[in-house]
Design a protein around this ligand. Structure first.
Ligand SMILES: Nc1ncnc2c1ncn2[C@@H]1O[C@H](COP(=O)(O)OP(=O)(O)O)[C@@H](O)[C@H]1O
Ligand SMILES: O=P(O)(O)OC[C@H]1O[C@H](OP(=O)(O)OP(=O)(O)O)[C@H](O)[C@@H]1O
Length: 181
């Protein structure tokens, strides 16, 4: 069977990755949204993630429980290795990743694609403030990282999310058809 695609959604903090993914997945039930494992408190999770302690996260790294993991914003994030079962069964999966781990995709997955969501710095600042998940100091650090450059040689689908959410969602759906990978 043809394996599913690992669809990596990346972009600066506050750009709307989770919001766009949630809407796309709600409208396309065949897509599987990856439930990330994060060392963030459950109250602050802001997405359907599994919250664990740093000790538990490290234990899982040692046990090979993650197909990808990274650190950012003082937190640890992991993508459960169980996504490999979904991909092997031919299902497409969608996950919010760090831009820093994109060079690993080609080694980990047979078929993958990258969706880079962007917006102007002004829009990002406004959205982060509106979301209210982080304090001002943390928001400032996230904004400083907004222009993190992707590694050379990657071929992302770029979607601007500056207007109505529906536009970004439609662009995402269009990127899924026809299949690029
Ligand atoms: N197109 C949009 N128009 C207006 N607000 C948006 C849009 N997309 C996302 N948002 C809002 O911006 C904030 C940040 O979105 P979120 O999905 O948490 O971003 P990210 O996951 O990229 O950090 C949320 O409050 C969300 O409701
Ligand atoms: O290396 P970067 O591309 O800058 O990404 C750093 C981290 O930021 C995002 O996390 P998270 O979803 O916690 O934050 P966000 O919702 O504010 O983007 C993303 O999923 C990474 O885990």
């Amino acid at each position: 069977m043809k394996p599913g695609r690992f669809i990596a959604v990346v972009g600066p903090s506050g750009v709307g990755k989770d919001t766009v993914m949630e809407t796309v997945c709600a409208r396309n039930p065949a897509l599987i949204r990856v439930r990330r494992v994060i060392t963030r408190s459950p109250e602050a999770a802001g997405e359907d993630a599994e919250s664990v302690s740093v000790a538990e996260f490290d234990r899982r790294v040692g046990a090979g429980a993650f197909v990808l993991h990274w650190q950012a914003h003082g937190l640890h994030y992991g993508i459960p290795a169980t996504v490999l079962d979904d991909l092997a069964a031919g299902r497409d999966v969608v996950a919010n990743l760090s831009r820093a781990v994109l060079p690993d995709l080609a080694h980990r997955f047979t078929r993958s694609m990258i969706v880079l969501i962007t917006a102007t710095p002004e829009v990002l600042a406004e959205r982060l403030a509106q979301r209210g998940r982080e304090d001002e100091a943390d928001r400032a650090k996230r904004l400083q990282r907004a222009d993190f450059a992707l590694a050379e040689g990657l071929d992302p689908v770029v979607i601007r999310n500056e207007g109505p959410l529906e536009q970004a969602v439609a662009a995402f759906e269009a990127a899924l058809q026809p299949e690029r990978a």
